[in-house]
Design a protein around this ligand. Structure first.
Ligand code: PLP
Length: 391
C-alpha cells in the first residue's frame, strides 16, 4: 500500500541541516575533532538546587499522576510572581492569564490552531525561529515574512507591510532578544508595535525565551511592560535558556486572557501537561536565588569576547550581541552562508549555522550564526583553527 502523507508534511521545505549533518559525518570519518557552535542548547548543567528540588519531587507518588492540564496553580503563581519581580508586571491572574507549556516550542506551534482560519496571515520575522511559520502552515494559515535588516537594528519595518497583507493578517510574531540575530528591542519599539496592532486588529505574540541571557549590564524588557500589551497580546517564556533546562520542558504563556485560555483549550485536547516533578523544580528555579543566571552570563560573556576578538582579527565584520547566546556574523567577502559553513567544517573542524537556514524569506543569507554553547577553551581553539584558513 502506498501511504499518502498530508500536504502540510510533504510541502515542508527540505531540511537544510541534513546537509550539515552529512558534512559533519564526513569530517568525523576523516578523523576531525569538531568544535560545535551549531546548537542553541546550553552546555552548562542545570543548577544544583533546581535538580535537587526535581529529584525530591520525583520520589513523591503524588507527582506520578496526570498533572493539571493548565499547570499546577503553584507553578502558574510562581511564573506570575517572577514576572512581577523581574519586569514589574503587576496583577497577573495566575488562573486566567497564565498557562503552563511543555517548553515554549509546543505553545508557539499550537497557538496557531486557536487563532488562524485557513488563509489567515501570520507575520513572521525572517530570519527567525522556524516554528512561527511552521505552526502557521500546520493550521492552514499563510506566513508573511517580515525582513529583519541590519540597518533597522534587526527590527521589522511594520509600516512597509502591504495593505492587502495587513487586511488578512491576524498575528504578529516578535522575538526580542532575537534568535538568530542577537538583536534587542526597547520599550519604545513595543509601544509602536502595540499601536500598530490596535490600528490593524492584529494580535501580538512575543517570544521572550532569551530575556535572561544578557551581557554588559544590559537588562532586556518584556512586551508586557508596555502599556496596552495585555489588550493585544501575550508573551511566551521558557525556563530552558535561563536555567539550562532545555531537556526538562517547562515554559508558559502569560498575557491576554482570551489568548491564554484559547491556547489552554487547544492543549487540553492534545496533551496532558508538564510532569509535576518538573513543575516543582521549575518553581524552585523561578523563586530561588538568581545568582546562577549571573554566573551563566559571565561565562557566556567570556566566550563571546574570545570569539568576537578572534573573528575580528580575521577581518570579519562582527558586532558583539547584548543578549542571547547567538553571534550573528556577516559572511566574509559576501560569501554564501552555506559555503562559509562548508569551509569551516572541512578546513577548521568548526560547526556554525548558515543564515539561509533561518526562514524561507531568505533574509538570513549573507550571515552565519555562532551559538556560544562551547567552553571558552574550545572557543579559543576554534579561533586558532579558523585563523589558519585564508578567506
Ligand atoms: N523561541 C526561540 C526563539 C528559541 O530559539 C527556542 C529554542 O531554541 C524556543 C523558543 C523554544 O524553547 P523551549 O521549547 O525549550 O522553551
Amino acid at each position: 500500500m502506498e501511504i499518502r502523507l498530508a500536504e502540510r508534511i510533504t510541502s515542508l521545505p527540505p531540511y537544510l541541516f541534513a546537509e550539515i549533518d552529512r558534512l559533519k559525518a564526513e569530517a568525523r570519518k576523516k578523523g576531525a575533532d569538531l568544535i560545535s557552535f551549531g546548537i542553541g542548547d546550553p552546555d552548562l548543567p542545570t543548577p544544583e538546587h533546581i535538580v535537587q528540588a526535581g529529584q525530591a519531587a520525583m520520589a513523591d507518588p503524588r507527582n506520578h499522576k496526570y498533572p493539571d492540564y493548565e499547570g499546577m496553580p503553584e507553578y502558574r503563581a510562581a511564573v506570575c510572581r517572577w514576572y512581577e519581580r523581574r519586569f514589574g508586571v503587576k496583577g497577573l491572574d495566575p488562573d486566567k492569564e497564565c498557562v503552563s507549556l511543555i517548553g515554549s516550542k509546543e505553545g508557539i506551534a499550537h497557538i496557531a490552531l486557536a487563532l488562524l482560519e485557513p488563509g489567515d496571515v501570520a507575520l513572521c520575522p525572517d530570519p527567525g525561529y522556524p516554528v512561527y511559520s511552521i505552526g502557521t502552515r500546520f493550521a492552514d494559515g499563510i506566513p508573511y515574512y517580515l525582513p529583519l535588516r541590519a540597518e533597522n537594528g534587526f527590527l521589522p519595518d511594520l509600516e512597509s507591510i502591504p495593505a492587502d497583507v495587513l487586511k488578512k493578517a491576524k498575528v504578529l510574531w516578535l522575538n526580542y532578544p532575537n534568535n538568530p540575530t542577537g538583536a534587542v528591542a526597547d520599550l519604545d519599539f513595543w509601544k509602536r508595535a502595540i499601536e500598530f496592532a490596535k490600528k490593524n486588529g492584529i494580535v501580538i505574540l512575543s517570544d521572550n525565551a532569551y530575556s535572561e541571557v544578557a551581557f554588559d549590564g544590559y537588562r532586556p524588557v518584556s512586551f508586557l511592560e508596555a502599556p496596552g500589551a495585555m489588550e493585544v497580546g501575550a508573551e511566551f517564556h521558557s525556563l530552558s535558556k535561563t536555567y539550562n533546562m532545555t531537556g526538562w520542558r517547562a515554559g508558559s504563556l502569560v498575557g491576554n486572557r482570551t489568548l491564554v485560555q484559547a491556547l489552554g483549550k487547544v492543549k487540553t485536547n492534545v496533551d496532558s501537561g508538564i510532569f509535576q516533578a518538573v513543575q516543582v523544580a521549575s518553581i524552585a528555579a523561578l523563586d530561588g536565588d538568581q545568582a546562577c543566571v549571573d554566573r551563566n552570563n559571565e561565562i557566556y560573556t567570556r566566550r563571546r569576547d574570545v570569539l568576537v576578538e578572534g573573528l575580528r582579527s580575521m577581518g570579519w565584520d562582527v558586532e558583539p550581541m547584548k543578549a542571547t547566546f547567538y553571534l550573528w556574523v556577516k559572511t566574509p567577502n559576501g560569501m554564501k552562508s552555506m559555503d562559509v559553513v562548508k569551509r569551516l567544517i572541512d578546513e577548521a573542524g568548526v560547526v556554525a549555522t548558515p543564515g539561509v537556514g533561518f526562514g524561507l524569506g531568505g533574509h538570513g543569507e549573507g550571515y552565519v550564526r555562532f551559538a556560544i554553547t562551547t567552553s571558552e577553551e574550545r572557543t579559543r581553539e576554534a579561533v586558532e583553527r579558523m585563523k589558519k584558513i585564508g578567506w
